[in-house]
Design a protein around this ligand. Structure first.
Ligand code: SF4
Length: 253
């Protein structure tokens, strides 16, 4: 039997919820998170569920931590009415809508259809692994903030992605962009230097966030490791900050 094509206005989502941004320079702002299924990478340290699911979970009210199940795919009109409902019932609460995953840019056609309407309610903040530059370019007019990763070969285990990251960052730099680099004890200094050079050559005003890799047993890095990593990158790109994943110890979603 033929499979019904998924209309461009419908998506496979994992969850929708309201929480505190726990990473990067916008740490602490409240966001409405939309987590998409599917990713084009398979990082060694990934702890994010992104396999497509039959029903996604949707918070019943911002911060309630109670959820209801919505069948996938979710329509544009349904998500629009949820966003309008949350923004009118608690005006000023949310800073932006965070598109996260998985890799949201895999849903380019759908986002092209959704974003003009969603952006009328709140600014759009994209969290991306920084490898899919064509979809980014097409969606750029609808994006306000971009948080992109540079995946280090020694940590992510995905090989060298420098060219993809370079092209992505050149496009992303037309918006407010932050670059996040997850590192661990085994990260060679050459990889941190290469990441810092890539950011420095694109823009001296771009924040480079060094994020210690956090596993079930914590960061596994000493204070000296953190200081050393920052000393390596600031020598090339002074706008380097060490910011861990704070939602882990805040215990929020
Ligand atoms: S890019 Fe993100 S979601 Fe995809 S595998 Fe890597 S850590 Fe997981």
């Amino acid at each position: 039997m033929p499979v019904r094509p998924i209309p461009v206005t419908e998506a496979g989502l994992i969850e929708i919820f309201s929480s505190i941004q726990g990473e990067g320079p916008l740490l602490g702002v409240r966001q409405l998170f939309i987590r998409f299924a599917q990713c084009n990478l398979n990082c060694d340290y990934c702890d994010t569920p992104f396999a497509p699911v039959a029903t996604c979970r949707v918070e019943t009210a911002p911060g309630s931590e109670t959820f209801e199940a919505w069948p996938n795919p979710v329509s544009a009109s349904r998500i629009n009415s949820l966003v309008q409902n949350w923004t009118t019932s608690q005006p000023g609460l949310h800073h932006s809508i965070s598109l996260t995953g998985g890799e949201p840019l895999l849903h380019e056609d759908l986002l092209a259809d959704w974003l003009p309407q969603l952006r009328q309610s709140l600014p759009i903040y994209l969290e991306s692994n920084g490898t899919l530059s064509d979809p980014l370019e097409n969606l750029l007019p609808q994006l306000d903030f971009i948080s992109m990763d540079i995946k280090l070969p020694s940590v992510a285990g995905q090989g060298a992605l420098w060219e993809q990251h370079c092209r992505f960052l050149q496009i992303a730099s037309q918006r407010q962009v932050f670059v996040k680099v997850v590192f661990n004890r085994q990260t060679p200094s050459e990889e941190l230097e290469q990441a810092a050079r890539l950011v420095a050559e694109t823009g001296a005003d771009i924040d480079l966030v060094l994020q210690p890799c956090t596993g079930p047993e914590g960061m596994g890095l000493t204070t000296r490791d953190l200081l050393m990593a920052q000393e390596i990158t600031t020598a090339i790109h002074p706008r380097s900050r060490v910011i861990p994943q704070t939602h882990v110890f805040m215990g929020v979603l």
